[in-house]
Design a protein around this ligand. Structure first.
Ligand SMILES: [Zn+2]
Length: 463
């Protein structure tokens, strides 16, 4: 009797285990578990350790570069780093942005719920989903067997702190001692993705936007201080608020300058070829003197084109110290998030402009800025990525892109390692809007598509 019940008990335990254990061979289950490990920037270690263990279980070599809660960085490679072969380096970040607890999530943000054919959770796209895609592509390479003649390593680099500027992650990895160990020929990371409906008249055509450059971020504070009358009942045109508002108005009314550099020209050419007709012809030859009078109109016809050819100055906050309604504030502050074209003359141009148009009584301070962003040429590595995307999506157009935000890719470009950014799957509007927002989600099929693209890409480097 006792024996039988013992058997039943053990059987029950096995059943429970079977139901709750994560199948390491199933990328969806791995991603679901990975999402469950909260890794809001500053707390990446537990998530990193989970991924590191998985990499080791898959037979990959791992190397930890830094090992604290807020700066856990490691790599997994097909061959040991000691060989010091040139490598193709896939990068991702362990951290995610915080979740709005009052946000209206369909499933709790850290539940990693699979609902029908879609996986929900913070990081599903940005960027735990891409990390799992990279990992399973490398696992497939391992399963194919590693030939003795192989002279290129394939490495995945898991990084901390991307969402807070990369100082705890990518910035450490480009120090010479670590960079020499990684020895990257090229970096592939996050960036654009595959979208339909971006080109008028060609709504069903899929376009993959691959970032090869990023804008430089520059955060600026404008501060007006005026010893004005303290009481709101005394009319005055010389208050801090009025001074600041005038400055804001001047900035908003400044005609933006348009620069179509080589980088933007490549994108215009690619878009022009897809659009075709006279509109496409103008786009392809936008820098011809004949079309110069049309440039402003063409660029303003489309937000994406505007991003490519202009700096952006976004007023993000206007603040006064707390006071009563009948108290006139003596200080007023405005914050601008500026995104500059990758061109070293843009920052001096902007600062000169500000000092010229803003009242000298307003103090202008640079709060933070990203390093100068280099551009990666559309070289053999870009062509390989393009080919890999088209092997999975044969009718897709591949378009180079100046990415409007800053990512870890910039750190590598700045040490002259070519870096290209793309999410290797098809995105829809709902997915795009969910990144950093509510209901971040990725369809199961996107993960399968992504693994296929990356596997193809890694194969190029094994030939
Ligand atoms: Zn990201």
């Amino acid at each position: 009797m006792i024996k039988i019940s013992c058997k039943i008990y053990i059987y029950f335990i096995i059943l429970c285990f079977a139901n709750t254990a994560v199948s390491q061979t199933n990328p969806i289950q791995v991603l679901s578990k990975y999402i469950k490990i909260k890794s809001v920037s500053g707390n990446e270690k537990a998530a990193g350790q989970y991924m590191k263990k998985l990499c080791e279980d898959f037979g990959l070599y791992t190397t930890v570069f830094s090992d604290t809660d807020s700066s856990y960085n490691f790599c997994a490679s097909l061959l040991p780093l000691e060989k010091n072969y040139p490598s193709v380096l896939l990068i991702n970040h362990l951290d995610v942005v915080p979740v709005d607890e009052n946000g209206n999530w369909k499933h709790p943000a850290f539940s990693g719920t699979v609902d029908k054919d879609t996986l929900y959770g913070r990081g599903a796209i940005d960027m735990k989903g891409l990390a799992v895609i990279q990992l399973f592509a490398l696992k497939k390479m391992k399963e194919r067997g590693v030939s003795d003649s192989l002279k290129t390593n394939s490495i995945i680099l898991f990084l901390s702190g991307e969402e807070t500027g990369g100082q705890n992650g990518a910035a450490k990895m480009i120090k010479p001692d670590i960079l020499n160990q990684l020895n990257p020929l090229v970096v592939f990371g996050e960036g654009g993705g595959g979208l339909k409906g971006v080109i008028d008249g060609k709504e069903n055509e899929l376009c993959f936007f691959v970032s090869n450059a990023e804008k430089k971020s520059l955060w600026i504070k404008l501060e007006a201080t005026v010893k004005s009358h303290g009481h709101g009942s005394v009319p005055s045109s010389k208050t801090a608020n009025r001074l600041l508002l005038k400055a804001i108005q001047k900035i908003e009314n400044t005609e933006e300058r348009i620069i179509i550099d080589k980088n933007a020209e490549q994108t215009f050419k690619a878009l022009g070829s897809i659009i075709g007709g006279y509109k496409g012809f103008i786009l392809k030859h936008i820098n011809w003197w004949l079309f110069k009078p049309l440039r402003r109109k063409v660029i303003h016809s489309n937000e994406a084109l505007q991003t490519l050819a202009t700096n952006s100055y976004q007023l993000t906050q206007i603040l006064n110290p707390q006071g009563a309604v009948n108290q006139v504030s003596q200080t007023a502050t405005a914050y601008y998030d500026c995104r500059l074209l990758p061109n070293k003359s843009e920052k001096p141009f902007l600062m000169k402009l500000l000092f010229r148009i803003v009242d000298p009584r307003i103090k202008i301070t640079i709060l933070d800025e990203s390093p100068e962003a280099e551009t990666s040429k559309l070289d053999i590595h870009y062509e390989r990525l393009k080919q890999s995307l088209q092997n999975t999506f044969p009718t897709a157009h591949i378009i180079p892109l100046l990415f409007p935000a800053t990512t870890d890719n910039s750190y590598f470009r700045n040490v002259l390692v070519p870096a290209f950014g793309v999410l290797p799957f098809e995105l829809n509007q709902g997915m795009v809007e969910s990144v950093h927002g509510n209901n971040e989600k990725i369809p199961v099929i996107a993960i399968e598509q992504g693994i296929k693209v990356y596997e193809d890409l890694l194969l190029f480097y094994q030939k």
